[in-house]
Design a protein around this ligand. Structure first.
Ligand SMILES: O=C1C[C@@H](O)[C@H](O)[C@@H](O)C1=O
Length: 333
């Protein structure tokens, strides 16, 4: 369908923004899904004179565009419980502050509001990210969890995200939540419940990333069809499943790439995601936004992987037909 291809910069935030832009351009990407991370973007600087212009100038220098920005790391802290050393490592000192959990959540929410303002300033209408969840900690449902605790978790999500989404509405920007374990919506039915909790408000949609669906045993293709009015963005990452009877779905607390794990993220095209059916489904629902490569593979050099993944995915993005393949049979006279 000739959709633009972007590189998600989150996994490259250790490199200067300009260096990532140079590499992506050299590899043939059309643009970047720029992460609010490292020196790539700072949401708190959204109204600083010259800040946005300087970022756009770097993109222009390398003939790149931006259709979406992302802020997974601060979004994660909006609803999470507990807030702990994991968040301290990812949210930065401004949001972490003195580490008081409620203060961290409030500052993370404020940063998400600034992220919408930054998106608007950049001329972008989509922010990709995570929501966090106060009830993810109960996923195994043991010790037994009363239903009212789960209900309260969805309510907590709505209470914390509605004021953030009010700012998104003011800015004309949409939030694309990445359906992902650890978040309020992590599978099919939690996505249904999350959309209900937020009253199906238009500012809240989904980032379709099939890699997280694969290891949970979900069908990423029917997800596209069932949530067709909510697919606001696409991140492409692949997953290789190796569930053997020894190697299992929860990963056994083993590090990425350990051969005893039941699955691993791999460079797009090298795993089990049904890319052909997925791209056909994206075309069927009329998705014409960016296809963003989120690159993760514990066993491959990223400088090799990022251009390889682009080439692997591009072959599925063929132009859609504007005529019926059997039209030539009709009207022979
Ligand atoms: O956005 C992401 C961040 C991490 O959860 C993780 O590396 C990956 O799964 C992902 O998609």
């Amino acid at each position: 369908m000739a959709r633009p291809f972007t590189l998600f910069t989150g996994q490259w935030a250790d490199l200067p923004f300009e260096e990532v832009a140079r590499l992506a351009s050299e590899w043939g990407y059309d643009g970047l899904e720029i992460a609010v991370s490292g020196d790539h973007l700072d949401a708190w600087r959204w109204d600083e004179p010259g800040y946005v212009e300087a970022k756009l100038a770097v993109l222009a220098k390398y003939n790149l565009k931006v259709w979406a920005i992302s802020n997974h790391l601060k979004g994660q802290a909006v609803c999470d419980d507990p807030i702990d050393f994991r968040h301290e490592a990812i949210v930065g000192s401004k949001v972490w502050g003195d580490g008081d959990p409620e203060g961290v959540r409030q500052r993370a929410a404020e940063e998400m509001q600034h992220t919408a303002r930054l998106a608007k300033a950049l001329g972008v209408d989509t922010v990709v990210g995570f929501t966090g969840s106060s009830i993810w900690q109960y996923v195994a449902m043991f010790p037994p969890v009363p239903e009212k605790v789960i209900d309260a978790g969805y309510q907590d999500f709505a209470d914390r995200w509605n004021p953030i989404l009010d700012v998104f509405d003011e800015c004309g920007v949409r939030f694309a939540h990445e359906v992902h374990p650890s978040e309020i919506a992590y599978d099919y039915w939690t996505t249904v419940r999350t959309l209900e909790a937020i009253g199906h408000r238009e500012a809240f949609g989904l980032n379709w990333d099939p890699s997280h669906m694969m290891w949970q045993g979900m069908d990423p293709v029917s997800f596209i069809w069932d949530f067709k009015d909510r697919i606001y963005h696409v991140d492409c990452k692949d997953t290789k499943i190796r569930q053997t009877g020894r190697n299992t779905v929860l990963g056994s607390h083993l590090p990425w790439g350990d051969p005893r794990r039941g699955w691993d993220f791999v460079s797009a095209g090298r795993g089990d995601v049904p890319w052909e059916a997925s791209f056909r489904a994206l075309t069927a629902i009329g998705y014409d936004g960016p296809i963003s490569v989120e690159w993760e593979d514990a066993a491959m050099d990223r400088l090799h992987g990022a251009p390889e993944a682009l080439a692997a995915l591009k072959k599925f993005d063929f132009p859609a037909s504007n005529t019926s393949f059997d039209a030539a049979f009709s009207n022979q006279d």
